[in-house]
Design a binder for this molecule. Structure first.
Ligand code: NAD
Ligand code: DAU
Length: 359
């Protein structure tokens, strides 16, 4: 069994679904179910005994210790985090609590569990920490993409909290010998993406005829990766990554934000034209910039390709088409996320129970 934290979030739920589609090794899914956690993402696993869901906090040392002793996972994949930069600017408390203190407590619980394993299990145990390219800071136009050796230079409260977690993971390896792996990935997009982030927000606003907010001049650059490709990269690093190493994961796909928004609009113009025939691009609204906004991220993913043979399978064109089509095919998911009904769904289906198999 593997323990996945944050497995009800965007990447976490994609990871759990992909994992169980590809093998029968069970997943213990520990998720606090913040606003970003949505068990409806995992609806297709209802009644599937390979998926055990536990609502809880990675910072709850007693709970995590108890789960590790009871389920004895061979690996932990840590995806739990507060992940939205704009929220971290408004209030960073949850980011420090989960991304820094929570990661520290999870590392300590993992260390206590791992220390007591027999020699063979100890040698094969892995703690895989999922992190972000934002820890490297901002790149000038034309500067080489981030390699794993690029110094950490985080600029937002979010990226500072993720950088802190990366440093803790590194220290638990160097000081305590915990067999860790770290991945630093670029911007993901795809199914189940919460519509506070650029691509899903643009899709759901466009469908509702609402303005499409573009921060500042819209010329900021991100390196976009389809989420299934990220999930495959995590699986590959878990399987064959060298202990103590970090692996950058990216789509080799730099796009300006304005170009991303245009792509969404053009796909919707073709797949779901507006009643009056006007392009969705007419909804674009330039709004004040994000404070401290990083201008450009770009990932050099040659290490993971060279060492582990990983490469993205999707192009931006194929990934974006799949993404827009997924949102068009799942109006109920969009409706429930926007109305907040997905949160009621959790208590209706699971009541006060904190642990459910096959959730
Ligand atoms: P998300 O916000 O969609 O999901 C986070 C999940 O973690 C949610 O289900 C939430 O309920 C859970 N969670 C939050 N605090 C918790 C806690 N204290 N204990 C247990 N669970 C908790 O995030 P995401 O976009 O899926 O990102 C997942 C991870 O990948 C994060 O670590 C993020 O930093 C990293 N990452 C994200 C991207 C991206 O583009 N989305 C890119 C690179 C790295
Ligand atoms: O680079 C990886 C990171 O990508 C992850 O670590 C984060 O968890 C994830 O949220 C994402 O961070 P960004 O800040 O890059 O993503 P977001 O979708 O919030 O914004 C993408 C770009 O679009 C960014 O330059 C800000 C801009 N933007 C965003 C929103 C929500 C807009 O112009 N308008 C918007 O309404």
């Amino acid at each position: 069994m593997i323990l996945v934290t944050g497995g009800a979030g965007f990447i976490g739920s994609n990871f759990v679904l992909d994992w169980l589609a590809g093998c029968d090794e069970p997943v213990l899914n520990l998720d606090k179910l913040t606003y970003a956690g949505n068990l409806a993402n995992l609806k297709s696993l209802e009644g599937d005994a390979r998926h055990v869901f536990v609502q809880g906090d990675i910072g709850d040392a007693a709970l995590v210790g108890q789960l590790l002793r009871a389920y004895r996972p061979r690996a932990i994949v840590n995806l739990a985090a507060e992940s939205h930069v704009d929220r971290s600017i408004r209030d960073a408390d949850g980011f420090i609590a989960t991304n820094v203190v929570g990661t520290y407590r999870l590392l300590e619980a993992a260390r206590a569990y791992w220390s007591d394993l027999d020699a063979a299990d100890k040698a094969s145990f892995r703690f895989l920490h999922v992190s972000t390219d934002e820890v490297y800071g901002s790149l000038a136009p034309g500067a080489p993409a981030f390699t794993e050796g690029h110094p950490h230079a985080p600029n937002s409260p979010y990226s500072a909290s993720k950088a802190a977690s990366d440093h803790l993971v590194r220290a638990w390896y160097h000081t305590h010998g915990l067999p860790v792996l770290t991945t630093n990935c670029s911007n993901n997009y795809g199914p189940y993406h919460f519509p506070e982030k650029l691509i899903p927000l643009t899709i759901v606003n466009a469908l509702a005829g609402r303005p499409l907010p573009v921060y500042g001049d819209g010329q900021q650059v991100r390196d976009w990766l389809f989420v299934a490709d990220h999930c495959r990269a995590i699986g590959r690093v878990l399987q064959a990554g060298r202990v103590g190493e970090t692996y950058n994961v990216g789509g080799c796909n730099e796009q300006t934000n304005l170009c991303v928004v245009h792509t969404v609009c053009d796909l919707l113009d073709a797949l779901e034209p507006r009643p009056g025939g006007q392009s969705h691009r007419a909804l674009i609204a330039h709004v004040p910039d994000r404070p401290g906004h990083d201008r450009r991220y770009a990932i050099d993913a040659r290490k993971i390709e060279r060492e582990l043979g990983w490469k993205p399978a999707e192009t931006f064109a194929t990934g974006m088409r799949k993404t827009v089509q997924w949102y068009l095919a799942h109006p109920d998911w969009v409706r429930d996320v926007q109305s907040g009904a997905y949160r009621a769904w959790v208590s209706q289906h699971y009541g006060a129970a904190s642990a459910k198999a096959g959730a």
